[in-house]
Ligand binder design. Structure first.
Ligand code: ATP
Ligand code: MG
Length: 381
C-alpha cells in the first residue's frame, strides 16, 4: 500500500486519432512539472500517476498548474484481491469525517468479481457500520469516497481541481507582447491554456525604464512559465526608437506609432522563433491606443494573426484572473513601462491610416528596426 497522486485529465480533446499524441504530451508536461521532486510518473489505463515523491503536496501544487490536467486526487494504492482490506481502508479514510457521504466506484477491470453498484453498496455499508456519525447522501454529499478498481485498487477522498485546458505545445506556438502590466500576462496565460507554446517579447527603454522594471517583467514571465512550460523572452532595446518618434513625429501620434513598431518587431521575433501568431493584452476602449481605429492601425503593420483574448473583458475581470494565476502582485509593482515614458497629453483616439503613415515616414524605419533586433537579449525563464 502506498500514497500517490491520481491525475485526471479532461476528456474533450481525447477523442479520435490524436489521442495518443495529446496523452504523450500531457505525460511529458506532468513529468516536467515534478522533475525537482524525484517522483515516478507513469500513465496507465486512462490515468496519470505520480508516486514516491519527496513531497506529494508540492507535487500536487505543480501538477494542478499543468494545462490539460482536470483534477488531482490524493489516493491510496493497494492490492485489490482482498476486498475486505479495501473496505477496511475505506473506513480508515472516512473515520475522521462528519456529515454526509457517498461512495463513487469505477471498475475498469471488468473481470473483478464485484461490479460498481455492488462495490458502492458494500463499501458504503462498511463505512456506515464503523462511522455512525456519517449519513449517506447520493445527490449532494459533503464527502465522496472514490474507489477505482484498475491494476490495483485506488481510494481517494481529497480531490484538488486543476487548471484544465490543453497540454502546452499541442496547438502551435505564439509570441506574447509582454509588458509589466496586468493585462498581458493574463492574455498569455489564456492562450497557453489552449495548448499553445508561448515565447515573449518585451520592449524596454533603458535608462528611462529601470533594470528593476525589466526584472519585474522577467519575474512575470517566470510565473507564467510554471504554467507554460518555460518561456523564452526577447528583451528588445526600445530607447532609440522612442527617442526618434518623440523627436520627429506629431505628439498626438507617438503612442500609436510606438505600438506599430512593437508589432513589427514582435512579428520579426515570431518569425525567428517559428511562432504563428502574436498575442497582446488589449481590450476594446481601455486606453486611447485600444479604440477600434487604433487597433486597426496597429494590426495593419503585421501579417500574422493577432490574438487578443481580453478584447471583451472588463478590467475587473482581468484583475480577478491575474489574482487567481498569481501575477497580480508582481504586475502591481510601481515600475515604469516604456509606454508610460513620453506619454502624449492628448493621444489621437480616432487615427487615420494616411496620417499615421505620413507621420511615420519621417523615420528610417528599417534601420531602426534592424538596430533594435541586433540589440536583443534572450532570457530563458
Ligand atoms: P498591460 O497591462 O498589458 O500593460 P495596458 O493596458 O497597459 O496593458 P498598453 O500599454 O496600451 O495597455 O499595451 C497594450 C498591449 O501592448 C499590452 O497588453 C502588451 O501586450 C503590449 N505592450 C505594451 N507595452 C509593452 C512592452 N513594453 N513590451 C511588450 N509589450 C508591450
Ligand atoms: Mg502596459
Amino acid at each position: 500500500m502506498r500514497e500517490l497522486l491520481l491525475v485526471r485529465y479532461g476528456e474533450i480533446f481525447l477523442k479520435g486519432l490524436n489521442r495518443p499524441y495529446f496523452l504523450h504530451a500531457l505525460l511529458d508536461r506532468v513529468k516536467n512539472a515534478v522533475r525537482d521532486f524525484h517522483a515516478d510518473v507513469w500513465m496507465n489505463d486512462g490515468r496519470i500517476f505520480v508516486s514516491d515523491a519527496d513531497d506529494l503536496e508540492g507535487c500536487a501544487q505543480r501538477v494542478c498548474k499543468v494545462f490539460g490536467v482536470h483534477s488531482v486526487g490524493f489516493a491510496v494504492e493497494m492490492e485489490k484481491a482482498d476486498f475486505s482490506a479495501v473496505c477496511a481502508q475505506a473506513v480508515h479514510m472516512m473515520e475522521g469525517l462528519q456529515g454526509t457521504f457517498k461512495v463513487n466506484s469505477r471498475r475498469s477491470d471488468k473481470k473483478y468479481p464485484l461490479d460498481s453498484p455492488k462495490i458502492n453498496a458494500e463499501v458504503g455499508a462498511a463505512i456506515l457500520r464503523a462511522c455512525p456519525q456519517l449519513k449517506v447522501d447520493l445527490h449532494t454529499p459533503m464527502h465522496t469516497l472514490n474507489v477505482e478498481i484498475r491494476d490495483h485498487a485506488y481510494l481517494y477522498v481529497r480531490i484538488v481541481p486543476a487548471v484544465g485546458g490543453m497540454p502546452v505545445g499541442t496547438n502551435g506556438k505564439a509570441m506574447l507582447l509582454l509588458s509589466g502590466g496586468i493585462d498581458s500576462p493574463v492574455a498569455g496565460y489564456m492562450i497557453a491554456k489552449r495548448g499553445v507554446r508561448i515565447s515573449a517579447v518585451h520592449f524596454h527603454s533603458y535608462p528611462y525604464t529601470s533594470d528593476r522594471a525589466k526584472e519585474k517583467v522577467l519575474d512575470l514571465a517566470r510565473i507564467l512559465s510554471e504554467y507554460a512550460c518555460g518561456i523564452r523572452v526577447y528583451v528588445v532595446p526600445f530607447t532609440e526608437i522612442q527617442m526618434q518618434i518623440h523627436e520627429k513625429c506629431p505628439e498626438d501620434h507617438t503612442t500609436l506609432i510606438m505600438r506599430r513598431f512593437m508589432m513589427r518587431i514582435a512579428e520579426a521575433c515570431a518569425r525567428r522563433e517559428g511562432a504563428q501568431a502574436l498575442i497582446t493584452g488589449e481590450s476594446i476602449g481601455q486606453v486611447a491606443s485600444q479604440t477600434m481605429e487604433a487597433l486597426q492601425t496597429t494590426n495593419a503593420v503585421v501579417s500574422l494573426p493577432v490574438f487578443r483574448p481580453l478584447i471583451g473583458f472588463d478590467k475587473a475581470d482581468i484583475i480577478a484572473i491575474s489574482e487567481k494565476i498569481g501575477t497580480y502582485e508582481t504586475s502591481s509593482l510601481p515600475y515604469e513601462d516604456c509606454c508610460t515614458v513620453f506619454t502624449p497629453r492628448h493621444p489621437v483616439t480616432r487615427p487615420r491610416m494616411d496620417r499615421v503613415e505620413r507621420a511615420e515616414s519621417a523615420l528610417d524605419m528599417d534601420a531602426l528596426i534592424e538596430r533594435a533586433m541586433e540589440g536583443i537579449e534572450i532570457v530563458e525563464t
